[in-house]
Design a protein around this ligand. Structure first.
Ligand code: PEP
Ligand code: MG
Length: 294
């Protein structure tokens, strides 16, 4: 079976009836790049940039981040690279952020909430991302969004960053901006959100946690954690419909996106992109190529 999968390298991610799917890979580190390239992913659908912060014992500088993002973009040689802004908090604690102890960290100050509360941290990362965008096909993706107002605030900060770089005569590119859909609120608001961003990527790990009210870390709840819960599948369908109604694409970058027992169903819902761990790319490619949507 392995040998057969190897033969899928270099083949297109296209269904039997001709729909092209974006089959990308998730990474947490530049060390993962070799595996992504070896497995022939067509891009990076989720670079969990918080690992740069977690592996450091002080805030990574703009220059350090720029070098990492530029390396990833150049290594992918023009293929899309979607970099998620820091998703610190909850299960990913980082001492030097000096966050307060919280009773409910998964519902606490995390991800985009930290960025909007402490714009100096956010702007350093955005400057690095905008600068690196001049060296490849980078998109920026924002985690844990719950409202249109957050997207509006992000846009103001993006514009400030661009104005400052221009003012300083520093080169930067023109990245697309997308959001993770990983809260029930974002699902419900997806039609309105789709008017404001370039793409959606559904984070089924958190979306399942917040929809089923089940802590994704608590293994004692495994019997209740139904990743195939019809509520989750209905939400994915709704997000894709709303994305398409506003002319943007929608993908899945949570674990569920790599579940080959659901690939056919996802494609029939119209899912445009699947971002999976490098080791699963070829298995998903096989199912995409064997699926007829209509
Ligand atoms: C998700 O929540 O599904 C996701 C992809 O992000 P993370 O697992 O990093 O929270
Ligand atoms: Mg998440």
């Amino acid at each position: 079976k392995k040998a057969l999968l190897q033969e899928l390298k270099g083949k297109e991610d296209v269904t039997l009836d001709g729909k092209k799917i974006k089959l990308y890979s998730n990474i947490g580190n530049i060390k993962d790049l070799a595996n992504v390239i070896a497995n022939d992913a067509a891009g990076i659908g989720l670079f969990r940039s918080e690992f740069i912060y977690l592996e450091s014992d002080t805030f990574p500088t703009e220059e350090e981040q720029f070098n990492i993002y530029r390396t990833v973009a150049e290594s992918m040689a023009g293929k899309p690279v979607i970099i998620r802004t820091l998703d610190i908090g909850a299960d990913k604690q980082c001492d030097y952020f000096e966050l307060d102890k919280e009773d409910n960290p998964a519902l606490g100050l995390r991800a985009i909430r930290i960025c909007l509360t402490r714009p100096e941290i956010f702007k350093t990362q955005l400057r690095a991302l905008y600068r690196a965008s001049a060296y490849g096909n980078i998109s920026i993706m924002y985690p844990m969004i719950i409202s249109e107002q957050e997207v509006d605030k992000i846009k103001v900060i993006e514009n400030e960053v661009k104005a400052e770089l221009t003012e300083q005569g520093i080169e930067f590119g023109n990245p697309k901006s997308g959001i993770m859909i990983e809260t029930p609120a974002a699902v419900i608001m997806s039609r309105q959100l789709a008017k404001k961003v370039d793409f959606f990527s559904i984070g089924t790990n958190d979306l399942t946690q917040y929809t089923l009210a089940i802590d994704r870390q608590n293994t004692k709840l495994d019997d209740f954690y139904d990743a195939h819960h019809p509520a989750i599948l209905a939400m994915i369908r709704m997000v894709v419909e709303n994305a398409h109604a506003e002319g943007i694409w929608a993908g899945i970058c949570g674990e569920l996106g790599a579940d080959t027992t659901l690939t056919e169903e996802f494609l029939k819902m119209g899912v445009d992109e699947l971002s999976v761990s490098a080791g699963k790319v070829l298995a998903v490619r096989k199912v995409i190529r064997e699926t007829r949507i209509s």
